[in-house]
Write a protein of this length. Structure first.
Length: 600
């Protein structure tokens, strides 16, 4: 098997791992966990817990600490699912950035003051556990990559970067033995399957009982401890929410329920004891948590669970974690009161993934859900996200994912999603943009996002043949987002358009303009289908171009709207089928497919 074939095989295996475990935002985020799983034969969830699954890894994508001949060996990983040599230099620079906090961990048994990085926090805890042998620790810095050159060629090409790293590492870690190595596809064995290893047991204090059930699923209902759920988040990071229908919402966390939750926690744990709120009030003031587990068994006063995932309550768990880690409260939180905070807890044990998804959706209906929530972890959506990533576009499957990524990893956003710095393509945007340009569903259906994710409509819209050209899809998304502004500009040009309501007529406008551009102006798709735009100010190039195309000297849509939709009795419905068909015939695009545009 040649190197290219091996690289493709590795990429395929990592994609499979990502599809099964939905780590982070793409297969690239799953690469370090995949390697740890295969290399050290640990459970996938345990591998994930040792890796960055999203926010800011600060130079370390993953780690593994093992004992060899009684001495600790620490493997630190930077993983680049790419054949670009420039990423190797980025990885080495990342390792350089990790050296000061690593030295602090080895010498002081903890993180530098103010550091809350989740990967480093978990690493620091493991180093503390091995403290008595820390001085004899060997450290392996490993860069994983898919470059095609052989090991010797890679070694030579990285001479400057290696020497710079070694000088810095000697200065920071002079008392420790360390190595820097580059592992490429020819050093992986993508075909060998790791043996099955059950996930590590997690103990959650629990007072409750199993509920009777006639099926294979098992349920437990009772009271748990908030501190234990925060510990689960500390161990697994955002992967703890991988089966949820939304990620943590930063904006919501700063207001409304999120703010009230932190106020309650402060009143319980930070306030002077004589004025402190009773810990049991938390369970009465705030919603509970629903937890999925692969297995769950009673042991004493606890449930021992494996492969946990929060199905409902991720905002509560993440807000509690952020409260506990807030530097403003460092040293002020009463540990006894914190450990005593109880929370209503339900635990679901099932091997039926579809059932688990339905539980997640049903449990989250108490707060507004995006229509796409039930489809967030559909394998088709995972594959589509990977394809968009290869085009530098962020595809948002889970609500809040883009804001989380942008806030935590701005440099990576610019590097890996250079065409999506301002905004993401959301699943709703894409579904509606595609639906609006198809002959079916009817325009009246395509205007309702909630209807587009019902089974029949979803299958018709997200058919593979509709999703082949990513440039077209990005253009249609941009067209949808700017359409009401173009109509607003158009209305200002003619008094005959005064009755036109941009928010309603944007839907027929998208169908008309998409087909017109596909037939007469395909260069527009090529020009405005690469980058996802977040703002469309008055001088925006796409807004100006579409306004010109809609004018009397181009498509003539400016005249078509009052001519076809206007009448003495008032304008007809924007989505009336007869009007739309007539407009398409006038434009001579009634048989044109807006999805079939040559963009190369």
């Amino acid at each position: 098997m040649n190197t290219l074939t091996k690289a493709n095989a590795v990429r395929a295996r990592v994609n499979e791992f990502y599809a099964q475990h939905a780590i982070g935002n793409s297969a690239a985020d799953a690469f370090p966990a995949w390697w740890l799983w295969r290399r050290f034969e640990i459970a996938p969830l345990d591998a994930v817990s040792l890796c960055s699954n999203g926010p800011g890894d600060k130079g370390i994508d993953g780690f593994y600490l093992e004992a060899v001949d009684g001495k600790p060996v620490l493997h630190l990983v930077q993983a680049k699912l790419s054949d670009s040599r420039s990423y190797l230099r980025t990885a080495v620079t990342g390792f350089e950035d990790s050296l000061p906090p690593l030295r602090h961990m080895l010498e002081n048994g903890g993180l530098p003051h103010g550091s809350t990085n989740p990967v480093l926090t978990r690493l620091a805890a493991r180093i503390v556990d091995s403290r008595e042998h820390a001085r004899s620790m060997r450290i392996n810095f490993v860069v994983l990559h898919l470059c095609g050159e052989d090991e010797e060629a890679i070694h030579r090409s990285m001479t400057d970067a290696r020497e710079r790293f070694e000088r810095r590492a000697i200065a920071e870690l002079g008392d420790y033995q360390f190595t820097l190595s580059f592992l490429g596809p020819h050093q992986f064995d993508p075909g060998a399957a790791a043996s099955h290893v059950p996930g590590a047991p997690c103990r959650v204090r629990f007072s409750g009982a199993p509920l009777e059930t006639a099926g294979a699923a098992r349920y437990y209902a009772g009271i748990g401890r908030l501190a234990d759920l925060v510990s689960l988040y500390r161990q697994y990071g955002d992967y703890l929410f991988s089966k949820n229908v939304r990620m943590y919402l930063h904006k919501a966390g700063q207001q409304g329920p999120g703010r009230h939750l932190r106020e309650t926690l402060s009143a319980i744990t930070v306030a002077p004891s004589e004025r402190a709120m009773p810990a049991e009030h938390f369970a009465m003031f705030h919603n509970g948590v629903t937890l999925y587990a692969q297995t769950a068994n009673f042991e004493g006063d606890s449930l021992v669970v494996r492969k946990p995932s929060v199905l409902n309550g991720c905002q509560s768990v993440k807000n509690a974690f952020l409260f506990f880690e807030d530097p403003a409260f460092r040293g002020k939180i009463d540990a006894v009161r914190w450990e005593s905070i109880q929370v209503p807890l339900r635990v679901v044990v099932s091997s039926d993934e579809d059932f688990v998804r339905r539980v997640a959706v049903a449990n989250n209906r108490q707060t507004a859900l995006r229509p796409s929530a039930f489809r967030a972890n559909d394998p088709l959506q995972l594959r589509l996200g990977e394809r968009f990533r290869s085009a530098g576009v962020f595809y948002e499957r889970q609500e809040g994912a883009f804001d989380n990524f942008k806030a935590a990893r701005p440099d990576e956003l610019a590097q890996d999603f250079g065409n999506s710095v301002e905004a993401a393509v959301t699943m709703e945007d894409l579904a509606q943009a595609v639906a609006l340009v198809l002959d079916r569903p009817a325009l009246s259906v395509a205007t309702k996002e909630t209807d587009l994710f019902e089974d029949a409509q979803y299958r018709a819209i997200f058919r593979e043949s509709n999703l082949e050209n990513l440039t077209v899809l990005v253009f249609l998304r941009n067209l949808l987002k700017v359409s009401h502004l173009v109509l607003k500009d158009l209305r200002e040009k003619s008094s005959r358009l005064e009755p036109l309501v941009p928010s309603r007529f944007r839907y027929p406008f998208v169908r008309m303009m998409a087909r017109y551009v596909a037939r007469y102006e395909p260069a527009v798709v090529r020009s405005f289908g690469r980058e996802v735009y977040g703002r469309f100010g008055p001088g925006h190039e796409l807004r100006a171009k579409l306004l010109k195309l809609a004018g009397p000297h181009q498509s003539g849509m400016q005249q078509l709207f009052p001519e076809i939709w206007g009448s003495e009795d008032g304008w007809r419905s924007a989505t009336e089928k007869e009007c739309i068909q007539k407009a398409l015939r006038k434009l001579r695009v009634d048989s044109v497919s807006a999805l079939e545009v040559a963009t190369e």
